[in-house]
Ligand binder design. Structure first.
Ligand SMILES: [Fe+2]
Ligand SMILES: [Fe+2]
Length: 423
């Protein structure tokens, strides 16, 4: 009974004085603020950048940041931080740093700055673990360890994206120049966690005006695009399956609409942003499910196209309208049976007998139930009117979307071959 390596419940660092509650709260408030701002930055550039693989990576990371911020907010409340001060910039220089980072001008600057900010976060969390008493502050330590593991994995992926997007001396110069620019504000803030010496703050440079997302579809050449597709009946199983795969692939459109909702809707409680962030990442996952199903089945992710009309609607409609249309009309209709999400899953399982699409549709169905509930909850606060006016408003939004759809003709998709005959 002399092995004490698991004594003190296996917590290391129980004898060091560590940080006080106010010191812990001060550091974690700053890191929480950076995580929240990074959620907005990555979402804005997710909408604005055309590079498919980088776009979808940003969509994943913006929701990781939302979950990190959510964990930190809960912990800060336990550290005697009043709810009213959560989300307010803890330091002017830190706020300007994140505003300047938002103004990245292209993929080179975005990948360079996001990678740099996440590596600085990683270092700040590592320093936190080195400074805290792990017994006294065990709940923070456990949270920081889980966040840190994700930042390690994220920076490794961003290293790959950086090598892919920052090619040649000119691009490298642009990337390094933007990081050097941001470093001046970081130094003025005394580092992300505020533990370093502070230098004088340079004036705002790019961020004298708020960042504006361009309301245009940003796409690269990696996938084919059409305006819309004709929906074949279930009896034409191969054509119906191809249509379902292409519809999944096209969900990037609503995700970008949600990006606009997230970034352009101000003065909402944190719970709103947390919910939209999750909803956005789910719609990107659905698009990636389409991509994976197409690539796995047909050998090339570009074998089936995505459609544009829904994205054009999302770029044109006001945030409240498109969110009501998506949440109540489009996703609400998915709850019906036999035409909705359950029916799609049953088709993949029983008729097309496509195991991968069956798994995807099963989780897509679960996600959509969540989305309808999120939308009902958020719209009940956001929409200033009763339930009846809200449903009329959403129906009008759907009608506006149909008008956009009619601008160009729909095409017939090629069928997925080799679907087993009906039993
Ligand atoms: Fe979806
Ligand atoms: Fe959804």
């Amino acid at each position: 009974m002399n092995n004490r390596s698991y004594a003190y419940a296996g917590l290391g660092e129980v004898f060091r004085t560590g940080l006080s509650v106010p010191q812990s709260a001060a550091r974690l408030s700053r890191l929480c603020f950076v995580e929240e701002r990074l959620m907005f930055i990555q979402t804005a550039h997710f909408v604005g950048l055309p590079q498919r693989d980088f776009k979808t990576l940003l969509a994943r990371f913006q929701n990781q940041e939302a979950r990190h911020a959510d964990l930190l907010r809960s912990r800060l409340r336990e550290l005697r931080v009043p709810k009213s001060s959560l989300g307010t910039p803890p330091d002017e220089a830190l706020a300007v740093l994140m505003d300047e980072a938002m103004h990245a001008r292209d993929a080179v600057e975005v990948v360079a700055s996001v990678r740099w900010l996440k590596s600085r976060l990683r270092d700040a969390y590592t320093d936190y673990l080195r400074a805290a008493n792990h017994l006294a502050d065990s709940p923070s330590v456990e949270i920081v360890e889980s966040i840190l593991a994700q930042h390690h994995a994220a920076t490794a992926l961003l290293d790959c994206a950086y090598k892919d997007l920052v090619r040649g001396p000119q691009a490298e110069k642009g990337a390094q120049g933007f990081i050097a620019h941001l470093q001046r504000y970081e130094q003025a803030a005394g580092g992300l966690d505020g533990t370093k010496e502070k230098s004088d703050m340079p004036p705002r440079d790019r961020s004298t005006q708020p960042f504006q997302i361009k309301h245009e579809l940003a796409r690269d050449e990696s996938l084919q695009r059409v305006w819309d597709f004709i929906a074949p009946p279930q009896e034409e199983a191969g054509a119906h399956l191809a249509h379902m795969m292409s519809i999944r692939l096209s969900e990037i459109n609503v995700a970008e609409g949600l990006g606009i909702v997230l970034c352009e809707t101000t003065e909402k409680p944190w719970e709103f942003y947390r919910a939209i962030s999750r909803h956005l990442w789910d719609e990107v996952r659905h698009s990636l499910m389409g991509e994976a199903a197409i690539e796995a089945t047909l050998g090339d992710r570009a074998a089936l196209p995505m459609r544009d009309y829904e994205g054009v609607y999302c770029m044109e409609a006001a945030p409240l309208e498109q969110y009501a249309t998506l949440g109540l009309e489009v996703e609400g209709a998915n709850m019906r049976y036999p035409v909705g999400k359950r029916g799609e899953w049953e088709f993949c399982k029983d008729r097309a007998r496509h195991p991968l699409m069956t798994t995807f549709q099963d989780f897509d169905w679960a996600d959509e139930v969540l989305h309808v509930n999120i939308a009902r909850e958020q719209l009940s606060h956001w929409f200033e009117g009763g339930a009846k006016e809200l449903s009329q408003f959403a129906a009008q939004g759907k009608a506006n979307r149909t008008q956009v759809k009619k601008r160009h003709a729909a095409v017939t998709l090629p069928a997925v071959p080799n679907i087993p005959p009906e039993e």
